[in-house]
Design a protein around this ligand. Structure first.
Ligand code: AMP
Length: 508
């Protein structure tokens, strides 16, 4: 087995690695570090959890030992798709750079430009950035990329999913051709291959694990549910309760940020120690939430894929898919949050009759049939779905039996079920703000409640069955639906996030 000493790293770095408690390099580290130290380009096909961050941070530290940074001219640049990942890489520089004096600057959205400009002015040895914010600074003339010696592009396939490839291409062209490029991606779709052909020079290719496999240590189960959100929430609560003390901490994934908010509020209302993580929360709230989860102050984190992708949260005992992911490979990434480093983990996916297509795609991708916890969808009581539909029909009609106008109807449909929350039943036109009034659990540092104050508003639910509305809206419905996925840019102004107080009807 290779040792860190054999990789050619400097004594300062070896000391830091030892202090971190690592005894031997992981396969991506053993493969990527030697060519990186020789200033060769590297193409690493590896996902998070494989130790890939250290595989570029360690050689960078080594190469940065000589020379120093000049104002506004960073010496190295690391591009990350999300703010959390960028912050995580920064943490790695702190951890492995204990014996170095280097300036690391973070350029991410949600933080003031001025503070970031001051740091750039001081000179950065390492600049860690999300593509949009980097280009913003560049366009303001606060940044010169001509001094960049090493460029790292991390999580390239995620950048593709998020529509960042044109930005990446632009940035690559702003950096000298003679730079060294270290490029990492969990998968290699055609667009990414094209990008590597364009911007890497005879790279050394290291492939460590396929994104299409889930850890053998994870027990995966499917759990049937009726389709309504409140039915799914009830199923989820039962699952959590049934796991008892075995559940040390859990991440619950939703597909859309709106659903993250709703599920989070519902869980808090039901007394669970939960927090939320999605793209619309401001940076401070996201970091606080994440560190509280990492420290064990929060037991449950409700998250969207974008917010949670690649986060290094050690030892998560459970993953729940409240929604089945639309992209099969997201399933692998989600499940990858548990069962890490040989530990055992459990993953439950809540499945409704609407999910069969996506479930098929997942099973095809991972190459196995997933087991049902307690009977498959055919064992779902037919009455349950029927009852559900008729209840919806009743609730959607006013006193005279007519459907209420769309505007009122939207407010009516704040998605807390009548069964789940009696207070909603009597609310004919007001939105469901009962969750805010419900008794709150006592949480360390009042985390969940504070986060709710920062990021939560009551939103009208999308009209999934409203053909009428869809026609009237000239396709607006579809746009709104798409925008709510967490990899879309946040809307301007209130967007879909209309504060609760603005939805309360008033008499004029
Ligand atoms: P990453 O894939 O970079 O997100 O790393 C996943 C986890 O592995 C992090 O918690 C690292 O601290 C840890 N790690 C990285 N390198 C090693 C190593 N050589 N031995 C043990 N753990 C490591």
């Amino acid at each position: 087995m290779t040792t860190f000493a054999e990789l050619g790293l400097s004594p300062k770095i070896l000391a830091a690695v030892e202090a971190a408690g690592y005894t031997s390099p992981t396969p991506i580290q053993a493969g990527a570090i030697p060519p990186a130290l020789e200033r060769k380009d590297v193409l690493g096909i590896a996902q998070t959890g494989t130790g890939k961050t250290a595989s570029f941070v360690l050689p960078m530290l080594h190469l940065l030992e000589k020379g120093r940074a000049r104002a506004r001219m960073p010496r190295t640049l690391i591009l990350e798709p999300t703010r959390e990942l960028a912050a995580q890489v920064e943490e790695n520089f702190v951890k492995y750079g204990i014996n170095h004096r280097i300036n690391v600057s973070l350029l991410i959205g949600g933080v003031s430009f001025e503070e970031q400009e001051r740091k750039l002015e001081r000179g950065a040895d390492v600049l860690i950035a999300t593509p949009g914010r980097l280009l913003d600074h560049f366009e303001r003339g606060k940044l010169l990329l001509t001094g960049v010696e090493i460029l790292v592009i991390d999580e390239a396939d995620r950048m593709l999913d998020m529509g960042f490839i044109p930005d990446i291409e632009r940035i690559c062209k702003l950096i000298p051709f003679t730079r060294q490029t270290l490029f990492f991606s969990a998968t290699m779709p055609a667009e990414i291959t094209k990008l590597t052909e364009q911007f890497l020079h005879s790279p050394v290719r290291i492939e460590v694990a396929k994104a299409s496999s889930t850890a053998k240590t994870v027990t995966q189960r499917l759990v049937k549910s009726a389709r309504k959100p409140w039915d799914k929430r009830a199923v989820l609560r039962d699952l959590i309760k049934a796991e008892g003390d075995e559940l040390k901490n859990a991440i619950i994934f939703c597909n859309r940020k709106m659903d993250v908010s709703e599920l989070f509020r519902s869980l808090v209302k039901h007394g669970f120690n939960a927090g939320a993580l999605h793209g619309d929360m401001d940076q401070r709230a996201r970091m606080t939430m994440l560190s509280n989860f990492k420290d064990g102050n929060l037991k449950i984190l409700v998250a969207s894929d974008v917010a949670a992708r690649g986060l290094d949260i050690p030892d998560v005992s459970h993953v729940f898919n409240f929604d089945v992911p639309v992209h099969a490979e997201d399933y692998v990434h989600r499940i990858g949050r548990t069962g890490r480093a040989g530990r055992s983990g459990k993953a439950f996916s809540i499945i409704t009759t609407a999910d069969t297509k996506h479930l098929d795609a997942i099973e095809k991708m991972i190459g196995e049939k997933l087991e049902w916890l307690d009977g498959d969808l055919s064992t779902l009581p037919a009455a349950e779905e029927a009852e559900d539909t008729s209840r919806r029909g009743r609730n959607n009609r006013g006193k005279n039996g007519k459907k209420p106008r769309d505007k009122d109807n939207k407010a009516n449909q704040a998605q807390t079920s009548p069964a789940e929350d009696k207070t909603t039943e009597s609310a004919t036109s007001a939105p469901d703000i009962s969750a805010l009034d419900a008794p709150q659990p006592i949480l360390p540092d009042n985390i969940a409640i504070r986060a709710m104050a920062i990021s939560e508003t009551v939103r009208p639910a999308p009209q999934k069955h409203g053909n009428e509305e869809r026609r009237h809206n000239n396709g607006q419905h579809n746009k709104r639906h798409r925008r709510d996925f967490d990899d879309e840019p946040s809307p301007l102004g209130f967007g879909d996030d209309i504060p609760a107080f603005m939805l309360i009807p008033i008499n004029i």
